[in-house]
Structure formats: structure tokens, C-alpha cells
Design a protein around this ligand. Structure first.
Ligand code: SF4
Length: 628
């Protein structure tokens, strides 16, 4: 097998309990670089269109990247891929911490779960050997309880990824948590794990990752680290975490408040980075091999939750569990974050679903009779904390909220769809595209729905953060629609796809150039990997996910924003009076599809494009029965 990879994929059939191994397909590894890309290749291969995401036919794939577990900066990450129970499309989530390296060091590049176990189980992988163990005694435990129990039960240190009650109860936005506080949060991968009655994976081992040219690899790594040590990003992230951008987004009028009824938040000074540092920060927390410590180790020092400690909140969480719900009580936001981690819920979707329900209550669509007597008022900080557990356990109104914004709106109707803030069922994160138009295009073209991380175009727009990984990331005037900026979004998506697949953190896209990534891949694998291949690979990864979605019926029409963003003007801030109107969005989409080589009418990747990207096997799947 190539250097950098272990060369082994583990297959676990949960229905029968059979475990087998497969040699990693070297062609697939080269074409995808591992991670989400390789997992998507398996997803396309192993599943048929139209399956139930929570049924036995779905697969759940944990995959590390070519660089995961090596000493290169931030090589900490793994991806989880399955059909999403939240969107019905491509489900993918990515997490740092230490689980990705631990999985690789235990002897496998990835694990593919099929079927449904008749009883709760966990997978134990130690030194290249895997076994399924009963987990009835773990079912119902929170994430930290499960992790602690496994540490003592296995009898040697293991690194754990598990679900909490949220995943067990099939909350559609349940997360998979690793190292207790790190989340593969988005698109409901925890619910898929729960549907398979798989409580946890625990791994341990010291398998060596061989590198083609270790000396050259360490030279590039060292050069990168020296550069990063001097960078503003590192200094800012170390001091303030990702929440350092809260003031910047707020001042630009894009900080979603009261379920996106406003783009500026009066209580920003109570929840911004300085407030976090003053009130709850204990120390910065870093993932494996990362020179930056953007995680927030925190403790609540006063009030009813005094003494509670854990990690977070980061930027998205501080907004979605805070301003989006009208809450400026940092202790409550921090506590709600801890509860999401303990119960295994995605913080973005949790906060956004609560915020949506609050607006439904404000407008009388929800009332005392159908909330079980709960007054879902904006600004009720204690309520936000309490609702997290109710959602995870599907208690009372929590059962409805556990379905996510799309389905809540479908059930309630009465015009609530207008302000249901999701794209394709995935709740939007904390950047309002009315105040930065290109970010709206990013939301509708993102492979997993309302997602900011696919191309993180929010970086160059809201915070003027240039990304070295692309040639040009300059957004001239975020308030103005410029369809030609689709080129920047595409370049960002492609480059960050590569980082993701390799197992690196997308934040490193600010600090490393594509040339340096090429050097690293060459040194690690021994491939004659080129800059052209870097670009082609990023394009291929985006197109593969699009093809999966197209197979599930996604078309151009589904690439659409919530009606509020297209027709309700921002009431305040520098973007006051602005929308991202439908006609402008459609113009941007035209340019985006053309630049991508996708069919402008349907939004499907064209046969020519699929052939160009060595994805010929997808042509009949997408086009044989296409009827327009
Ligand atoms: S930048 Fe932050 S999230 Fe990314 S790998 Fe480093 S510590 Fe983890």
C-alpha cells in the first residue's frame, strides 16, 4: 500500500456481527485522498438511491485522511459519512481532537458499518484486532459517562467516539462525540449511529504510519509551523478562540438574532470573545498536532451552574444558543453547550431549532396548548438550557424540536415555512447572507445543505480573512451581488475539500498554500502529486457529493434560500433594507454551475464533466433515466 495510509479498511456487519477487512483500493485512495472523499466513494458504491437513512440499508463510514495521524499541522481529523436523516442527502461531518489519529494507529484507515445490530453494541479496536461487545449497560449514558466507563472497562487507555441519548433517541441532528467534547456534529450522523444500535467505537494502538520521505515531510511541516507561530490567526485563535469574530460579524450586520429577525445583537458585549475570556475561559484547547489552540476549555464561575466545566462555546454555538434565541447570558449559553456535548447534539441545529420554535410562539403558531404549557419566549436563557435535555430525550415539546426546523415547519404550517431558516433541512449557521451576498450562494451550493464549512466563503467576506490556499480570495464589496465571485467560492470549496480529505483542519487554509500541501502529499505518499491534481481532486470531491445528492433527486430547484432571506429586508446594521433577492441568487447560480461544468438547467454534473474527473461510473446513474 501507499505510504501515509495504513492500507486496511474494516467492515462491520452489525446485523450478523461479522467483521472483515479489505485492502484499501489504491486507485480510490489516490483519487480521493481519503477522509470524506474516500467515504463518499464507498457510500456511492454500497447504497442505493431512496434508502431510509435510519434503516438497515444505510451505511455509516468513519474515514481518516492520508495525513491524519502524521505530525503535519492539524492532521487530527476524520470524517463520518452516511445518508443524512436530517436532509435526505449527503450526510457528512468532520471532527478533530484525537480520535482520527487513534483510529489510524489502531490499524485501520476507516471503518464501514452496515446493517442494524439486534442489541446495543460497541466496537473495540486494539492493535489491528476488532471485536463487537455488548453495550446494553452503556445505553442511556451521556457522552462523558460512556467514555469514562469504557476507559475502566477496557482496562487500558482508549480513544472513544460515541453517541449520547440524542443519537439513541434518533434526534435528527444528533452528533457523534469524540474525546468527550469534540463533535462530528452536522447532518445527524449520531442518529444514524443510534439507528444501528452502535453506542461507541473505542480504539487503541501504536501502529506506525510510514512516510515516503520522512525527512522532506518534516522539513515542510517545520516550515509551516514556524510560519503559523507568527500568524495573526494563531495569536487571535489562541487568545479568543473562534468567537473572536463575533464583533466583526455583528458590526457588519450579519449576526443572526431572534431567529434572523435582526442582523445585529444588542447584547453582543455580553457574549463576545472578551466576555468569554473574562467570564468562563480557563485555557485554550488544541487538537492533535495543531499549533493553534482554538478550542475553549471553560468553567462557569458564578450563578446556578457554578462549578460546571467543559469545552465551548465556539463562535457558531455562541450565536445559535445565544443571540439567535435572544439570549445574552454567557453562563447559560456555555451550560447549554455543555449539555449538547453531554447528550450528543449538534449545537448549531439545536439552537436554531429552538430559535425557530420561539418565533413560532411569538407569532402564535405555537402556544401554551401545543408546547405543553411552556412559554417559548425569546431571551429565556434558562429555557434554552432546559430544552437541550428535553430534545435529547424527546420529552414533551422536545419531541417536536428533535425533528429539526424543516420538519417542524412542515408539521406546523401556518406560514412558518417563510422563516424556517434551513437549506435542504440543515439549519443555517451564524452569518446572514443579506449582509454578504456571496455567502448565500455558498449556502445553496454546499454539498450537505445550509453549511458554512464547505467553502468557508464567510471568512473572506465577514472578517476579511484571506486564504493562502487559493490564488485569490478577495471579495470586493460583500453587500453587492457579483456572480463572477462564484469563481472564488468554487476555488475555496475545492481547496478546502482537499484539506478535509487529507485529514487537516480547514482553518489551515488561511495559513498554508496549495503548493505546500502538494509538497506534503508528495513527501508522505511518494506520488507524483501536482498542483493540477490538487485542483482536480478538489473539484472531483465536490462533484462526487453533488452526484450523490443528484442520485437522491436533488436538482437546481433545491438550491434555494429560506424565503425570509430573499424577501424580508434586514431591519438594521450596514445591510439595512437589503435582501438577497431570488433573481440575483439565480444569476449567481447560473454562473456557478457554468464554471463548475454542471448543467445549468438541472444542476447535475454533465457527462463531460464527470468524464473529465474520472467519474464515468456515475454517468449512467445520473443521466440514463434523466427526464428533465
Ligand atoms: S485550528 Fe482549532 S479546530 Fe482546527 S485542528 Fe487546530 S485546534 Fe482543532
Amino acid at each position: 500500500m501507499s505510504n501515509a495510509f495504513i492500507g486496511q479498511i474494516l467492515h462491520v456487519n452489525l446485523t450478523s456481527g461479522a467483521i472483515s477487512t479489505e485492502n484499501l483500493n489504491p486507485q480510490w485512495a489516490r483519487q480521493t485522498l481519503g477522509g470524506a472523499g474516500l467515504a463518499t466513494r464507498y457510500l456511492l458504491e454500497l447504497t442505493s438511491p431512496g434508502i431510509d437513512p435510519l434503516g438497515a440499508e444505510n451505511v455509516l463510514i468513519f474515514m481518516t485522511g492520508a495525513l491524519t495521524g502524521t505530525p503535519s499541522a492539524s492532521a487530527s481529523r476524520y470524517s463520518v459519512v452516511a445518508k443524512s436523516p436530517q436532509t435526505g442527502y449527503w450526510g457528512q461531518s468532520n471532527s478533530g481532537g484525537y480520535f482520527g489519529p487513534a483510529l489510524k494507529w489502531s490499524g485501520f484507515d476507516g471503518v464501514i458499518f452496515e446493517g442494524v445490530s439486534p442489541e446495543p453494541v460497541y466496537l473495540l479496536i486494539l492493535d489491528g484486532k476488532a471485536e463487537l461487545r455488548k453495550a446494553s449497560h452503556l445505553w442511556g449514558l451521556t457522552v462523558p459517562e460512556c467514555d469514562d466507563r469504557l476507559q475502566s472497562e477496557v482496562g487500558r487507555p482508549v480513544t472513544v467516539a460515541c453517541i449520547g441519548p440524542g443519537g439513541e433517541n434518533l434526534v435528527r441532528y444528533a452528533a457523534i462525540m469524540n474525546n468527550k467534547n469534540r463533535a462530528a456534529g452536522r447532518t445527524g450522523m449520531g442518529a444514524v449511529m443510534g439507528s444501528k444500535r452502535l453506542k461507541a467505537i473505542a480504539c487503541g494502538g501504536n501502529r506506525h504510519i510510514s512516510l515516503h520521505n520522512a525527512e522532506a515531510f518534516m522539513r515542510v511541516t517545520q516550515r509551516q509551523r514556524e510560519f503559523m507561530d507568527e500568524s495573526i490567526l494563531k495569536i487571535g485563535f489562541d487568545a479568543f478562540g473562534t468567537n473572536m469574530i463575533a464583533d466583526m460579524v455583528n458590526v457588519r450586520g450579519g449576526y443572526p438574532t431572534n431567529n434572523w429577525q435582526s442582523g445585529t445583537f444588542e447584547g453582543i458585549e455580553n457574549v463576545n470573545a472578551q466576555a468569554m475570556t473574562d467570564q468562563v475561559l480557563v485555557e485554550g484547547v488544541r487538537c492533535f498536532a495543531c499549533p493553534v489552540a482554538c478550542g475553549r476549555g471553560t468553567e462557569i464561575r458564578s450563578g446556578k451552574w457554578k462549578g460546571a466545566h467543559g469545552e465551548g462555546p465556539e463562535y457558531e454555538t455562541a450565536d445559535t444558543l445565544g443571540a439567535m434565541c435572544g439570549v445574552d447570558d454567557l453562563n447559560a449559553i456555555t451550560m447549554a453547550n455543555y449539555r449538547c456535548n453531554e447528550f450528543g447534539l449538534d449545537t448549531i441545529s439545536t439552537g436554531a431549532a429552538i430559535a425557530f420554535a420561539m418565533e413560532c410562539y411569538q407569532k402564535g403558531i405555537l402556544n401554551h396548548d401545543n408546547t405543553g404549557g411552556i412559554a417559548l419566549e425569546f431571551g429565556d436563557a434558562d429555557l434554552v438550557v432546559d430544552l437541550v435535555e428535553k430534545i435529547a430525550k424527546r420529552e414533551g415539546i422536545g419531541d417536536l424540536l428533535a425533528e429539526g426546523t424543516l420538519r417542524i415547519a412542515e408539521r406546523l404550517g401556518s406560514g412558518s415555512e417563510h422563516f424556517a431558516m434551513h437549506v435542504k433541512g440543515l439549519e443555517l449557521p451564524a452569518y446572514d447572507p443579506r449582509a454578504a451576498k456571496i455567502t448565500g450562494l455558498g449556502y445553496v451550493t454546499a454539498s450537505r445543505g445550509g453549511d458554512h464549512m464547505n467553502g468557508y466563503i464567510q471568512g473572506p467576506t465577514f472578517i476579511d480573512m484571506p486564504f493562502l490556499i487559493v490564488e485569490d480570495s478577495t471579495i470586493r464589496n460583500p453587500f453587492v451581488v457579483d456572480p463572477q465571485e462564484a469563481r472564488i467560492l468554487i476555488d475555496m470549496e475545492n481547496a478546502l475539500n482537499v484539506l478535509d480529505a487529507l485529514g487537516g483542519c480547514k482553518f489551515m487554509g488561511v495559513l498554508v498554500s496549495a503548493d505546500e500541501i502538494v509538497d506534503l502529499v508528495q513527501a508522505a505518499t511518494g506520488w507524483d502529486f501536482s498542483l493540477d491534481e490538487f485542483h482536480k481532486c478538489g473539484d472531483r470531491l465536490q462533484t462526487m457529493a453533488r452526484a450523490y445528492n443528484a442520485r437522491e433527486g436533488m436538482r437546481r430547484e433545491q438550491d434555494i434560500l429560506p424565503e425570509r432571506l430573499m424577501s424580508d429586508p434586514l431591519p438594521d446594521g450596514p445591510g439595512e433594507g437589503m435582501v438577497l433577492d431570488r433573481a440575483s441568487l439565480e444569476r449567481m447560480k447560473d454562473t456557478y454551475y457554468e464554471m463548475r461544468g454542471w448543467d445549468v438547467v438541472s444542476g447535475l454534473p454533465t457527462p463531460t464533466k464527470l468524464h473529465e474527473l474520472d467519474l464515468d461510473y456515475l454517468i449512467p446513474q445520473l443521466w440514463d433515466n434523466y427526464s428533465g
